[in-house]
Design a protein around this ligand. Sequence first.
Ligand code: GLV
Ligand code: GLV
Length: 324
Amino acid sequence: MTTPIPEPGLALLRAAGHVHIPDEPPNPAQLHAACTSGEFDVIVAQLSDRFESNLLASARIRGISNYAVGFNNIEIPAATANSIMVANTPDVLTDATADIALALMLATSRRIVEADAFVRAGHFTGWHPTLLLGRDLAGRTLGLAGFGRIARATARRALAFGMNVAFCPRPPHDRAVSEDELTEFGGRVRHTDWDDLVVSSDYLSLHLPLNEQTHHLVDQSVLEAMQPSAILVNTARGAIVDEAALVEALRSGVIAAAGLDVYEDEPLLASGLIELPNAVLLPHIGSATTSVRSRMAELCATNAVAMAQSRLPPHAVNPDAWQR
Ligand code: GLV
Ligand code: GLV
C-alpha cells in the first residue's frame, strides 16, 4: 500500500493477508522497485502513483487497486497487455463529487469566499442594498460535459435549484444515451452537441475521464466560444482544461469565473491562477467526506483482496487482463 487508506479498508486487508505500508509514499523509483520485486501480489495505489508502460511491462504483480474512481494514473492498455488487473472505487463518491460541483457553482456565483474574507477583515458594517451582489443559479443554463454518474447527480441537483440543464455525453463527439439514463429526468434535460453546449451554457461543468480524447478539451478556442458571463466548473481532472489558457481567459474577461477542484499538474497551479479573484480553488476534495472515504476504503480493500486471491474484483476496470 503506497499510502495508508482509512478504515475499514486496512482491517479488511490485514484480515486477508500481509500488508506493507512504507513510512513515506514511494517515489517513482521506489514504486518501480516494489512492483518488480515479486514480493507483492497487489498494489493499493493513489492517483499520485503513476504506472506507466515501462513499469507495467516489468511489474511482477497481479493487480492494482486504485483508491479512486479515476484511473488516468495507470496506462490501462499496458496493464491489460501485461495481465495486470486494475480496479477502482465507483459509485460511492458520486453524490459527494456532485455536491462539490454545486458548491463551486454557488461559491463563484454568490462570491462566498470573497464574502467570508470580507467579514473576517472587519469590513461588515451592516446590510447594504448593493453589498457583494452576485448572480442567480435559478433560470440559468448548466451545460454538463459528460453524462455519467457524477454528471447525472449534478443534473439532479441543478434541476432542484431551478436551472435548465443541457448535456453532451462524450465531448467533443456524441454518444447515444439510453432510456435508463434519461427516465428520471422526465424530459427536463436537453441532449446537445459540444459546440452548442459551449456557446449556450452559463455554467459549463466537466464530468469526464481524462484520456486522449479529453486532454485539453477546454482550450483557448473553447474558452473564447463561451459566453463572457460564463463560469467553468471542473471537478473531474485538471488536464481536461488547458490551465494556462484558462488563467489568460479569466484575467482578460473571456469568461467570468472558474470553480476548480482539480489542476493540470497537481499539486502545482498554473502561473497566475492563485492571484485571480474570479477563481475559487479547492484542493481536490470531491470525494472528501468521512463516510465516502471509508466506503472507498472498503471497496478498494475488497478489490485488492479479490485480486490477491485470483478472483475478479467487484470493480474491475480491465476485466480481460487475466484472459491474456
Ligand atoms: C478522485 O479524483 C477520484 O478519481 O476518485
Ligand atoms: C434580507 O435580509 C431581507 O429580509 O430581504
